[in-house]
Design a protein around this ligand. Structure first.
Ligand SMILES: NC(=O)c1ccc[n+]([C@@H]2O[C@H](COP(=O)([O-])OP(=O)(O)OC[C@H]3O[C@@H](n4cnc5c(N)ncnc54)[C@H](O)[C@@H]3O)[C@@H](O)[C@H]2O)c1
Ligand SMILES: [Zn+2]
Length: 364
């Protein structure tokens, strides 16, 4: 197994990355002192059905007396306050004795991880928890960094906490049961890391098909690298205040707007793929880099089976939604742009006609 350490003083923790290792989760928790008597495992019907037994058997073998599970129904729309309330009330029934503190394990994708982590942050003002991601997106992005949240009808991720896990434990063999579309979506985030890391990008240029096919060597090259890139950003900007995490937003400004405008037709990763092409094009139009950058980015996305343009969205609506994005400061727009592959910069006040032309070029 590979280990990546997140150095955050007393909140430091390890990220373990391997294959066919779910049964050793309990032992890994014991070794790292992320152990209480009881394990409250939060998962979903689908993921729990596939992987709960293997995880629970290992937890029991490692001496955890009481192991039980609660299922969050699948789907982004279920990452809400109502289910958060159900989760913490289940925790209260699971661990009624205040002298016995449970450890929460979130086994699933970003939806389970975000809600499970937030439940752990709030139950009895915080109990230890473990992220066990089972999607590529969760492995390279949401399980690392300690952001937890649920959505409100008023907007996504509006209620949450920065709360670091005690351990992140990845069994990448679990990715094999993912819908291929989910794998491609997670690959869009991997390519995003590549846009800010030239070695990773060059690896993807040669191997992205293998990655999408879940080739083990490719996964072991890529996942630890992405985790390290995110860890480095989190280390320098744990609470998203120092404006360092911003590089992880490459492709997300127009991407979010297109994701919303598409109203469920595009996954997050697909929207980010198109958003990255537009952001690269804006970089070229601003004179920051040459068109070769966009060409290379488009080629990698296409090899991954991701879209590089999207049909049926209306330009004006996309631009309007973009202005409501949190990355827009009032009046001035703000974009993460590229000076070349692996060299990002942030620009404010990009001329509106440039944004318009770049957006139009990816909408047809
Ligand atoms: N906290 C953060 O820093 C952060 C960062 C990025 C995204 N997010 C959040 O992550 C969420 C998206 O996460 P996601 O893309 O993992 O989606 P998801 O959690 O909804 O999972 C996608 C689908 O795959 C299924 N699934 C998961 N693992 C599986 C497996 N191994 N085998 C078969 N099916 C499996 C799930 O049941 C679900 O239907 C969003 O809510 C987003 O806001 C959080
Ligand atoms: Zn994203």
């Amino acid at each position: 197994m590979r280990t990546v350490r997140i150095p955050l003083g007393e909140r430091s923790y390890d990220i373990l990355i391997g294959f066919d290792c779910l049964g050793d989760l309990g032992a890994a928790m014991r070794e790292r002192g992320v152990a209480r008597d009881n394990v409250a495992l939060i998962t979903s019907p689908r993921i729990g059905g596939l992987y709960y037994e293997a995880a629970a058997a290992g937890l029991r073998a490692a001496g955890f007396g009481h192991v039980d599970r609660w299922d969050l129904p699948d789907g982004e729309e279920n990452k809400n306050l109502e289910n958060f309330a159900r989760a913490v009330r289940w925790l209260a029934r699971f661990a009624p004795d205040p002298s016995i503190r449970p450890v929460v394990v979130a086994l699933g994708g970003g939806v389970v991880g975000d809600l499970g982590g937030f439940a752990a942050a709030c139950f009895r003002r915080g109990v230890p928890y473990v992220q066990a991601p089972t999607t590529l997106l969760a492995a390279v992005d949401s399980s690392v960094g300690g952001k937890t949240a649920v959505n409100l009808p008023e907007g996504k991720n509006l209620v949450g906490a920065f709360y670091q896990p005690g351990l992140v434990y990845m069994d990448l063999a679990t990715l094999a049961t993912l819908d291929p579309r989910q794998v491609r979506s997670g690959t869009a985030e991997v390519i995003k890391y590549g846009a800010v890391d030239v070695d990773l990008f060059e690896f993807l240029e040669a191997n992205v098909e293998a990655l999408v096919a879940l080739d083990r060597e490719a996964l072991m090259r890529v996942v630890p690298t992405c985790v390290e890139l995110k860890a480095d950003v989190v280390r320098r900007d744990e609470r998203d205040e120092a404006h360092v995490r911003v590089c992880l937003n490459f492709g997300h400004t127009l991407g979010h707007a297109m994701e919303k405008a598409a109203a469920g037709r595009l996954t997050h990763g697909e929207a980010v793929a198109v958003g990255m092409v537009a952001a690269a094009d804006i970089s070229v139009r601003c004179g920051l880099c040459d068109a070769e950058v966009t060409r290379r980015l488009r080629a990698v996305l296409q090899s991954a089976g991701l879209p590089v343009r999207v049909e049926g969205l209306e330009l004006e609506q996309v631009l309007r939604l973009m202005q409501h994005d949190k990355k827009f400061v009032t009046g001035k727009n703000r974009f993460v742009l590229l000076e070349g592959i692996g060299r990002w910069t942030e620009r404010e006040g990009v001329p509106e006609d440039i944004i318009r032309d770049a957006a139009l070029a990816v909408l047809d």
